[in-house]
Design a protein around this ligand. Structure first.
Ligand SMILES: NC(=O)C1=CN([C@@H]2O[C@H](COP(=O)(O)OP(=O)(O)OC[C@H]3O[C@@H](n4cnc5c(N)ncnc54)[C@H](OP(=O)(O)O)[C@@H]3O)[C@@H](O)[C@H]2O)C=CC1
Ligand SMILES: O=C(O)[C@@H]1CCC=N1
Length: 263
């Protein structure tokens, strides 16, 4: 199976690193990046073919992953259309670009898929949702994304919300990690030690959440010893309406995804 990866920025590189780490042979991946100097650096780092010419990169690809900014997706699809194999599958990783727009820009008969994944692809721990026209065989695309994490199939109508929760989601946790690390340092901890402690706390807590049959609200209760420190922290979070703030942030990201439909 030959893969083309068009656009190797922050997300594209996370996906690339994850796929290579999963054992996908580098000879099966053709990528493009801008400018030419970055393409050369990436070729050196990952031992794959990286150019700047998108039509050449897709010429033999079975699956084409598009990881350029949303506004660049349409022109790029128009440019690669004539070079695609007739049975190629084109997967857009962009936020807010609807399937209808992808299909409009591609030659008739080419399968278009929307994927929303996240930066944890680099650690092969991404959460990916795939949306495609009804009846599309997603087996090969699912197998590809399973290499870099967990994949689910979704209705396209859910993709903006999924983008907020799954795509932007890691940023919510990094925001929390940053705030907790800063609080620890402000309280007198040595910065490197604070970072190690907070990072491990988050990884451990997430692994425990994933392993546990109980959901997050039940786990909160297990940590909050009556009359103890966690109760005090949770009361403070509630007093600051943090739950509302998180819901508003998810709504803001979802809304922005909707606005991108028109870009
Ligand atoms: N970052 C993330 O965690 C996530 C991002 N996404 C989606 O992934 C896409 C990329 O986002 P992100 O990685 O953050 O953005 P970046 O700006 O980091 O990466 C985009 C890359 O695409 C390059 N590029 C632009 N146009 C072309 C082109 N025509 N051919 C080849 N390369 C091109 C850019 O080069 P240059 O800068 O020189 O223009 C840049 O290196 C977006 O659509 C975004 O919605 C989805 C989920 C998570
Ligand atoms: O911020 C963005 O628009 C992209 C999509 C999800 C994560 N990053």
């Amino acid at each position: 199976m030959d893969i083309a990866l068009l656009g190797v920025g922050h997300l594209g590189e996370a996906v690339l690193a994850g796929l290579i780490d999963s054992g996908l042979p580098p000879a099966q991946i053709w990528a493009t990046a801008l400018p030419a100097e970055r393409a050369a650096e990436l070729a050196d780092t990952y031992g794959i073919e990286v150019g700047t010419d998108n039509p050449s990169a897709v010429a033999e690809a079975d699956i084409v992953l598009v990881a350029v900014p949303p506004v660049a997706v349409g022109p790029l699809l128009s440019a690669i259309g004539p070079s695609l194999e007739p049975d190629a599958i084109v997967v857009s990783l962009a936020a807010g670009v609807p399937l209808a727009k992808l299909t409009d820009r591609l030659p008739k008969g080419i399968t278009a898929v929307r994927a929303m994944t996240n930066i944890a692809a680099r650690a092969r721990q991404a959460a990916t949702a795939l949306a495609a026209p009804e009846g599309t065989d997603l087996t090969e695309v699912e197998d590809l994304f399973d290499r870099i994490g967990v994949t689910v199939i979704a209705e396209e109508s859910m993709m903006d919300l999924i983008t907020a929760v799954g795509g932007s989601g890691p940023a919510f946790l990094y925001y929390l990690a940053d705030a907790m690390t800063n609080a620890a340092v402000d309280g007198g901890m040595e910065p490197v030690a604070a970072r190690v402690l907070v990072d491990q706390m988050l990884v451990g807590a997430c692994l425990h959440l994933q392993d546990s049959d109980a959901g997050p609200s039940a786990l909160l209760e297990q940590i909050a010893t009556p009359g103890g420190t966690t109760e005090a922290a949770l009361a403070s979070l509630d007093a600051s309406n943090v739950d509302d703030a998180i819901r508003a942030a998810v709504a803001a990201a979802t809304g922005r995804g909707g606005e991108l439909h028109e870009s």
